[in-house]
Design a protein around this ligand. Structure first.
Ligand code: HEC
Length: 165
């Protein structure tokens, strides 16, 4: 009778031990992985996003500084001499020209509209640059941005023509 009881207790304890071992194996695998992984991924994504914003900010600041320095240098030169522009045609266009020329506001020839630009292009680039600098019809001189240098307006006109040929 005693032996039987001991065998029974031994079996029961074996079963309990087996169960608890299984639990130990499963719990960390089920809870830890899904919680920790997204947190780490989220952190990494945040860092990447912040770095991207910082890089864009610094690039923009650098571009503005270069533009300012170029404009100042331009003012020191005798009139008639032009420095190559720090701003590309596309940058100038996006900032100072696209407000009217992207959608064709107040009768502005729309950028990319080959039919509208065809007769203008036949006047020659020099005429178009001159008119953009001095203003024509409802278009204000330099698109209303008096800070633009002649070279910058020219670059923007050339960019618009490239898009509209
Ligand atoms: C406030 C709106 C406005 C802005 C900003 C503007 N334009 Fe214009 N632009 C016009 C209008 C309107 C015309 C059509 C003028 C006309 O023929 O009566 C025009 C015409 C032109 C033409 C054709 C000139 C010609 O000989 O017929 C060029 C080139 C041009 N713009 C370049 C530019 C450039 C470069 C910029 C940016 C620096 C710019 N525009 C910004 C309104 C604008």
């Amino acid at each position: 009778m005693r032996i039987l009881l001991m065998i029974l207790m031994f079996t029961v304890s074996l079963m309990l031990f087996g169960c608890s071992q299984n639990e130990e194996k499963e719990t960390p695998a089920q809870t830890a992985v899904p919680v920790e992984k997204p947190v780490a991924v989220e952190k990494a994504e945040q860092v990447v996003q912040q770095t991207r914003e910082k890089v864009a900010e610094v690039a923009e600041e650098a571009q503005e500084t270069v533009a300012q320095v170029t404009n100042q240098a331009q003012n020191l030169l005798p009139t008639g001499l032009a420095l190559p522009s720090a701003n590309t045609g596309e940058t100038v266009y996006t900032k100072s020209c696209s407000s009217c020329h992207k959608l064709g506001i107040i009768g502005a020839p729309k950028t990319g509209d080959k039919v509208a630009w065809q007769p203008l292009i036949s006047h020659g680039t020099e005429t178009l640059v001159k008119n953009a600098i001095e203003g024509i019809g409802k278009m204000p001189a330099r698109g209303g941005n008096s800070k633009l240098t002649d070279a910058e307006v020219r670059a923007a006109v050339e960019y618009m023509l490239e898009q509209s040929r």
